[in-house]
Design a protein around this ligand. Structure first.
Ligand code: KG4
Length: 339
């Protein structure tokens, strides 16, 4: 008998539902929340209210697109954390009610593990190319920058992480200083395409091990702009592509330096990238270049699996279902934790 998992994601500002049958994606529906744009960042209270409005239509659309009845669903997988608590409560409560009403199991999913396991979502008509264990996954998003040693679907160890800002946060904060809309990462990516990445130099951190730091870069970027704007008030608009390209190159150099150090030390030749920042075109190219230079296999997710989505929650739930790992209805969501 086939296993049908309904996945639900509501950890930040995307309400998403997906259906997976026997590991193959049938639907993945996401409603974003434009309401935050005018505030230059996610407003938690507004995010929970928007989730509340979106959750039923999104789940309904995911089931319809999958051609699946509620009674066909074997289990409900939901993001339990980490994330914004008010947002998580919406998805968690919905998942509990849905599972309870149908008398089916409930599966809690760690959002960060789900980003990693997004690489294992199969799609019909697409030749699967799954990472081989063990592999290193660079997880880069608005809230996290981690290097994870992935030994199996369930065995993941964070070997390096940011000690302050995340890479996406650095992109977004620097973008804000340049007057770009939120989230700034995609705008920097677009503008950087016509800029000179070597035009400006910004500071890079010197910290031991595989940990990251982006707060120094953010300050160095801010001070450069402050000093230049004093001399020329049009400095930002006249140099926007070069600023974006130079900033982007610095972030990517920082990310790739530590990742390649870890891969070399641990002798791992399978490298993956995940999370919202993995949509960055220059980071994707840096992975491809790394793969050909070091003769290793690199895994870059489809764009729809880079940002928050329920397909990754459903596939994580599917693996837990196969292992018979379910959760009790009394489990609350959690705001903070690593994999
Ligand atoms: O994983 P994600 O969707 O969610 C959270 O972390 O909550 O990641 C969002 C982050 C934002 O910081 C956004 O600016 C960044 O991913 N991002 C990008 C690009 N697309 C999204 N950063 C750089 N280049 C991109 N193309």
């Amino acid at each position: 008998m086939s296993v049908v998992i309904l996945g639900i994601e509501s950890s930040c500002d995307d309400t998403s539902a997906a259906v997976i049958r026997d590991g193959v994606l049938l639907s993945n529906v996401t409603a974003g929340q434009a309401v935050h744009e005018e505030y230059g960042g996610v407003v938690p209270e507004l995010a929970s209210r928007a989730h509340q409005q979106n959750i039923i239509p999104v789940v309904d659309a995911a089931l319809r697109r999958a051609g699946v009845e509620q009674t066909d669903v074997s289990a409900v997988a939901f993001t339990r954390g980490p994330g914004l608590l008010g947002s998580l409560l919406v998805g968690t409560s919905f998942a509990k009610g849905f599972a309870q009403s149908l008398g089916i199991p409930l599966i809690d999913v760690n959002h960060l593990q789900a980003h990693v396991l997004a690489h294992f979502v199969a799609e019909s008509g697409v030749e699967p190319r799954f990472p081989q264990f063990p592999f290193l996954c660079l997880l880069v998003s608005g809230g996290n920058s981690q290097i994870i040693l992935v030994s199996s679907y369930r065995d993941m160890k964070v070997i390096g992480q940011t000690i302050d800002d995340a890479a996406g946060e650095a992109f977004d904060k620097c973008a804000k200083v340049m007057g770009l809309p939120y989230p700034g990462g995609p705008h920097i990516d677009r503008l950087a395409k016509s800029g000179d990445p070597l035009r400006f130099t910004f500071s890079k951190p010197h910290i031991p091990g595989y940990d990251y730091s982006f707060s120094g870069l953010k300050t160095s970027f801010l001070y450069t702009l402050r000093d230049e704007v004093k001399a020329n008030p049009s400095f930002i608009s006249e140099n926007l592509p070069d600023l974006c390209a130079s900033l982007q190159k610095t972030v990517i150099d920082i990310l790739m330096d530590k990742l390649s150090k870890a891969a070399k030390d641990l002798r791992i030749s399978h490298i993956a990238v995940a999370g919202g920042v993995s949509a960055n075109s220059a980071l994707r190219q840096a992975f491809l270049d790394y793969g050909s230079k070091h003769r290793c296999d690199v895994y870059i997710p489809k764009f729809s699996f880079t940002t928050d989505n329920a397909a990754m929650v459903a596939i994580t739930g599917y693996f837990k279902y196969l292992d018979g790992i379910f959760c009790d209805i009394s489990l609350p969501p959690y705001a903070r934790v690593t994999v």
